[in-house]
Design a protein around this ligand. Structure first.
Ligand code: MN
Length: 418
């Protein structure tokens, strides 16, 4: 079921419009590489397959609720045949969600039946297609794989349910066979072909050329599933969109098998901010969503993680902080602000701090320093930061008192306000 989420335009119309691609369009050859984008979230399926991660029933329901409220186009709720508990979680998420829910199934009867019984809107069947996986994981021939894929897709379509087919390890599959199996399931009326870069070996150029070839061989819509073994998962997902894929699979904080999947926050914000596409997703809840998944998965988000890391909108160095205090577009992307993702900007005090940050932090804390005092406090902050790395507000206030900085006179403050 398609859901139009009105929240995005609501917050945009209520706030000052954030800058869009026009901000830097003079540097672009085109701003229309992509027309529409759908986001398929697999945090609860591939994300949960992260080594040492297991979500509780409550965690799954909470993550699904937030994804649904944000307007995510598809939520892959799990692998129903996996266990009774998994089946119940998928079933309950499917019945509680407004958006499309998806359940995973191998090309075997019991998996397909469990997925259909769970009540999901979309059944995602997959089979290995690369020789290495067919021989040493699935122990099946190409003919068997094709036959079972066709039967599984046929069964899902006969049940009147939307179907996605994944030739697993597509990017290491001989092309002639990849096209053959795609054409075979397309003959059964499959709705989606997902191209998984299961082992993360694709590059953006190769992904674009592969998707370009597949688009011509099927009437199904194309989806891409990318892994981050070489740090290319989000880039490969965007290359998929540029080449005609309608949807990409992502996970919050990029969690998933090994180095993980394309990150929800990276793909959504790149599409919104760099391509100027309105996904319909309420991006202002991205930081909240990231923190929920961080806690539930017990996988800490690196400080320098794009979009959701603690440093994503933090500034320490003197030149950058001074520029950002004057106009945040100077040393931030401009087309992506902390407000857009529900985060806040921070001016960190430390070794690289300059006088502008110190003056701002002092005046925010109610001080009225002279220029000489700002310079003296800044010197102390830099010395202390070089040794201890972190300079807290308490330390800053201690320096201010040591240097003899006056507090803003309350009467004076009244006058200023009047
Ligand atoms: Mn995967």
């Amino acid at each position: 079921m398609e859901v139009q989420c009105p929240i995005t335009w609501t917050w945009r119309t209520l706030r000052r419009d954030p800058r869009r691609v026009e901000f830097f369009q003079g540097t672009l050859e085109t701003t229309s590489e992509i027309e529409t984008v759908r986001v398929f979230d697999t945090t609860l399926r591939d994300g949960e397959q992260s080594p040492r991660t297991s979500f509780s029933y409550e965690d799954k329901r909470e993550i699904a609720t937030v994804l649904d409220e944000m307007g995510t186009h598809v939520i892959e709720a799990g692998f129903p045949v996996n266990s009774e508990a998994e089946f119940e979680a998928v079933r309950d998420i499917a019945s509680a969600s407004e958006t499309t829910t998806c359940g995973l199934a191998r090309v075997v009867d019991k998996d397909v039946e469990a997925a259909l019984d769970s009540g999901v809107d979309l059944v995602h069947v997959f089979v290995s297609t690369s020789d290495v996986q067919l021989q040493d994981s699935m122990h099946a021939s190409r003919e068997e794989a094709t036959e079972r894929a066709v039967e599984s897709v046929r069964r899902v379509k006969e049940a009147g349910v939307e179907c996605m087919f994944s030739p697993m390890d597509a990017t290491r599959t001989e092309k002639a066979f990849l096209f053959e199996i795609i054409e075979a399931v397309s003959g059964e009326g499959v709705d989606w072909i997902n191209i998984p870069d299961t082992c993360g070996v694709c590059t953006p150029t190769r992904m674009a050329s592969l998707i370009g070839e597949i688009v011509d061989r099927t009437d199904a819509r194309i989806d891409v599933h990318t892994h981050d073994d070489f740090g290319l998962a989000s880039a490969n997902a965007l290359a998929g969109f540029e080449a005609g894929a309608a949807q990409a699979q992502v996970s919050v904080n990029g969690i998933g098998e090994r180095a993980g999947n394309a990150a929800y926050e990276e793909v959504v914000m790149a599409v919104e901010s760099l391509y100027g596409i309105d996904t319909g997703i309420d991006t202002t809840r991205i930081t909240e969503l990231s923190r929920i998944v961080e806690a539930a998965s017990d996988i800490p988000v690196p400080q320098n993680k794009p979009v959701v890391g603690r440093n994503a909108f933090s500034h320490e160095s003197g030149i950058h902080a001074a520029g950002v205090i004057e106009n945040s577009d100077t040393f931030e992307p401009g087309v992506m602000t902390p407000e857009m993702v529900g985060a806040s900007r921070e001016f960190v005090l430390g070794k690289h701090t300059g006088t502008h940050s110190v003056r701002k932090r002092l005046s925010d804390a109610g001080y009225d320093p002279t220029d000489t005092q700002v310079r003296e406090v800044t010197r102390r902050v830099k010395d202390y930061g070089a040794e201890k790395q972190r300079v807290t507000m308490e330390t800053l206030e201690r320096f201010a008192e040591e240097v003899g900085v006056d507090r803003v006179d309350e009467d004076e403050e009244e006058e200023v306000r009047a």
